[in-house]
Design a protein around this ligand. Structure first.
Ligand code: NI
Length: 395
């Protein structure tokens, strides 16, 4: 067995202990004060120099030298009431680590222990980034970057990982290029004119306009996008009206816009705004359109992703490393990739005896902890191998 994997396996109980502590004590995005204090305490116990940035984020450094590689874990939880029977289930009503960020944090702490042990042999600096607020726009990653997480020293590349319920425990999946989509939030209000339903000619019916608008926008998105470039619009919420005999004054719509292509994303945003306004005007109604820009697309840098694939193959064998089919999910790791080469992989956490398991953001999400040493080892080995080799991967 690979030496680093062995080192991680030797630490499995400490990695699981960290994960369970964090799982029991989840905190929402940008409120991760206890989580931050816990990570700091754990780093202190390992004698790892670190500092707090962006209020609840932590940057730590291991090693010395001119070169630098970064590893990132997100640390926040979700507003979900946990519905597992785990003895380490969340002790906070309505808050749960349902996206596995507890596991990400524990794996990075596990990698930190391994890296600290071989610090004198590291050919440079490993920068550990414990990042708050992944689940909430504008994304903790954008704040960490703005506050200098990628400076002093500037990493040559960054790696991140996410637990993945659709792959068997311990399998690593990586794609080169598009990995996750940009995700924008759409809010539309249509202002018509209320009236008695028996006298429609005295009102302007926003429900009828909303129905037309939804179909119009869907057609527009389908017919103006190169079908070879993935992108979608989902109208996911529609609210208006109160009774069978009243035409309401207004209707509210919400939705999401997702894409891998930044220029199509901008074009779609402009089209949604313009067509909503014009369609409403055609009916004598007015509209308000607010589009909150979420995260950009996660685009795995070719060199960094190829390096990660080879690293995973050396760590767990070729058969355990497969292609990740890109998803239209959002992930704020994308912000790091706008500045330096970045690669993000998925770590399978589905128990081998199960054909499926509750997914991410599900109240019953229960990843198999046997995957944790593999994720910790993959992080540590990526850093060690990158620093000891790799100029070839920079292109
Ligand atoms: Ni997540």
């Amino acid at each position: 067995m690979n030496q680093i994997l062995q080192a991680a396996n030797n630490r499995i109980s400490s990695i699981i202990e960290d994960r369970r502590h964090l799982h029991r004590n989840p905190e929402l995005s940008f409120q991760e004060h206890e989580t931050c204090a816990y990570i700091s305490k754990r780093l202190l116990s390992m004698n790892i120099e670190h500092s707090i940035i962006a209020q609840t984020g932590i940057i730590a450094h291991i090693g010395k030298g001119d070169r630098c590689i970064a590893l990132r874990a997100d640390i926040d939880a979700l507003p979900i009431q946990e519905d597992t029977n785990l003895d380490f289930a969340s002790c906070k009503p309505g808050i749960m680590h349902a996206c596995g960020h507890d596991a990400h944090t524990a794996m990075l702490l596990g990698a930190a222990a391994i890296l600290k042990e071989c610090e004198s042999t590291l050919n440079g600096v490993v920068k550990l980034i414990f990042q708050p607020g992944e689940e909430k726009v504008p994304g903790g990653a954008s704040i960490m970057v703005a506050e200098g997480a990628l400076e002093h020293p500037k990493p040559e590349a960054i790696f991140g990982q996410h637990v993945y319920p659709d792959a068997p425990c311990g399998e690593i999946q990586i794609s080169i290029g598009p990995t996750m989509a940009s995700a924008d939030e759409i809010y539309i209000t249509i202002h018509g004119k209320g009236a008695h339903a028996a006298q429609p000619h005295q009102g302007i019916d926003p429900i009828l306009i909303a129905s037309e608008l939804i179909l119009h926008l869907q057609s527009l998105i389908t017919k103006t996008r190169n079908p070879l470039l993935p992108g979608l619009l989902g109208i996911t919420s529609i609210h208006g009206g109160s009774a069978t005999n009243i035409i309401p004054d207004s209707v509210e719509l919400k939705g999401t816009l997702r894409s891998f292509d930044p220029s199509w994303r901008e074009q779609a945003i402009r089209m949604i705004q313009k067509h909503t306004e014009q369609l409403c005007a055609l009916h004598g109604a007015t509209s308000e359109v607010t589009i909150l820009r979420g995260y950009p697309a996660v685009y795995n840098h070719e060199g960094a992703a190829r390096f990660a694939i080879q690293t995973a193959q050396r760590l767990i064998g070729d058969a355990q490393v497969t292609d990740f089919e890109p998803k239209m999910w959002g992930e704020d790791f994308a912000f790091y990739g706008q500045h330096i080469p970045a690669a993000f992989w998925m770590l399978g956490v589905r128990p081998h005896h199960q054909a499926s398991m509750p997914g991410l953001h599900n109240a019953q999400f229960t990843p198999d902890e046997q995957a944790l040493p593999i994720g910790a080892a993959m992080m540590a080995k990526s850093a060690i191998d990158w620093l000891s080799n790799p100029i070839a991967y920079h292109e």
